[in-house]
Design a protein around this ligand. Structure first.
Ligand code: EPZ
Length: 421
């Protein structure tokens, strides 16, 4: 199994570029199924989850062509394939995003329960998707461990999501574009990736209003045209690199090609902690600060503090003076990685499965670690880069799922990191 070997406490400074957003790109690929015309996707991150999404489109019989690094052409193929391959569905949670568009264009779809990160209660429920598709007129049958949905024509309806769900909101936006009549989605998620998806679909002729607010209205249309879509910068990567810079705290780091306005909750926290940050329209500059102060955080749906930034923030708090409460409200198990930080010398008490108390600052020392999921894996890399000595991180497929050419970009900052296959 490939692993990262990291020798910590190298001074980090210089520039790092942010890639296109994984969680935006993972919705555009399935959305391409909604039109018979070609979609050109720009600024596509070259990461494992995107490779799986491309493999899924190919498995479903669509044309996928890499024009050049970051640029991919997708074209729906008339061939009707409605079964999602289990070996792919098990690899990433976002495989669920293919279900709605296939149901909307082919009238049926068959798939097993999606896989991906180990975070989240049990097996990451999909009840919001299944309930909504049935409300739109689809018939659900569960057989041999597979979900089978059938619908001659989906009807626009009013849906109130019992939980705020990013992918459920995005899935129902896509699926409703071709339904009969108007769909109203209430208690919708408001992440920037949702607004980006709606902007793209509207540029192809969809009629979507209200994306980025809790109530979204979609008027069904007969068909969508093709188009071109530039993936927005990855706000989680931006915030993660900003926390790496703040935690290493020994050199000027400029984070480029990003969208600072998507991370207001983080910048408010940085002010309280005393991180020396300068924001511009598309870059973030972090300079060393005298002393970092501990500050509590509670994860929340956008525009609150993103759960995907929680693990990197927890590492940052191990370097801050004082006690900080980390309250993870979205997912179960997303704080479990703190055990490994404790083994590295951090002083962290798990108050309950959703709350951890960090007492800083602590000197971290390198160890052998295993990446439990995508975001915790990246947080362990931050810990290894600021720790004394050598760290080995195993199971780095989880990290490669979401971070493009990571070791190359970190080496440019002066990090001593190598991939051992
Ligand atoms: C998206 O996941 C992101 N993934 C996650 O990023 C992110 O952490 C999450 O939103 C929250 O911001 C993608 O966009 C591919 P949810 P998603 O549905 O949509 C419950 C990363 O590291 N729920 O918003 O799957 C669910 O259990 C990943 O990039 C149901 O109960 O998350 C959770 O408690 C990790 N039933 C809550 O909603 C459902 O049918 C929010 O999850 C669906 C979700």
């Amino acid at each position: 199994m490939p692993k990262f070997i990291i020798n910590g406490r190298r001074p980090l400074k210089g520039e790092i570029n942010v890639s296109g957003s994984k969680n935006a790109a993972l919705k555009i690929f399935p959305a391409a199924i909604l039109t018979r015309e070609k979609i050109r996707v720009l600024n596509t991150p070259e990461i494992e989850d995107i490779s799986r999404a491309q493999e899924m489109l190919l498995a479903l019989g669509h044309e996928v062509k890499k024009i050049k690094p970051g640029v991919v052409d997708i074209k729906f193929n008339a061939q009707k394939c409605v079964a999602l391959p289990a070996e792919l569905v098990n690899k990433f949670r976002a495989s669920i995003m293919f279900v709605g568009p296939i149901l909307a264009t082919c009238g049926e779809v068959r798939f097993p329960h999606p896989g991906g990160c180990v975070i989240g209660a049990g097996t990451r429920p999909i009840d919001l998707f299944l309930d909504s598709f049935q409300k739109m007129g689809a018939k659900l049958e569960i057989k041999d461990g597979h979900y089978c949905l059938k619908a001659k024509k989906l009807k626009g309806v009013e849906i109130f999501f019992s939980k705020v769900s990013v992918t459920a909101t995005e899935s129902l936006i896509m699926t409703s574009c071709l339904a009969e009549g108007e769909t109203v989605l209430k208690n919708s998620a408001m992440e920037p990736e949702i607004s980006a998806l709606a902007d793209f679909l509207n540029s192809c002729g969809a009629k979507i209003e209200g994306a980025g607010t809790p109530t979204i209205k979609i008027k069904g249309v007969k068909k969508l045209s093709g188009g071109e879509y530039k993936i927005i910068p990855d706000r989680i990567e931006t915030g993660t690199f900003a926390m790496l810079a703040a935690a290493s705290n020994n050199g000027n780091i400029l984070i480029k090609n990003c969208e600072p306005k998507h991370l207001e909750a983080l910048w408010v926290l940085f002010d309280k902690i005393g991180v020396n940050v300068i924001l511009s329209k598309d870059s973030v500059s972090i300079k060393p600060a005298k002393k970092l102060s501990a500050c509590e955080v509670t994860t929340h749906e956008y525009p609150g503090f993103a759960t995907d930034l929680q693990s990197a923030y927890t590492v940052l708090m191990t370097q801050a003076y004082g006690l900080s409460l980390i309250h993870e409200t979205i997912y179960d198990r997303r704080l479990l990685f703190t055990d490994m930080l404790t083994q590295m010398g951090a002083n962290i008490i798990m108050a309950d499965p959703h709350r951890a108390i960090v007492n800083g600052p602590s000197k971290l020392h390198g160890r052998k670690l295993v990446s439990p999921d995508l975001r915790a894996g990246m947080a362990l890399i931050i810990a290894a880069l600021i720790a004394q000595g050598k760290t080995e991180i195993d199971n780095i497929y989880q990290i490669d799922r979401g971070y493009e050419k990571l070791e190359e970009r970190l080496k440019k900052l002066g990090a001593d990191i190598a991939r051992q296959n």
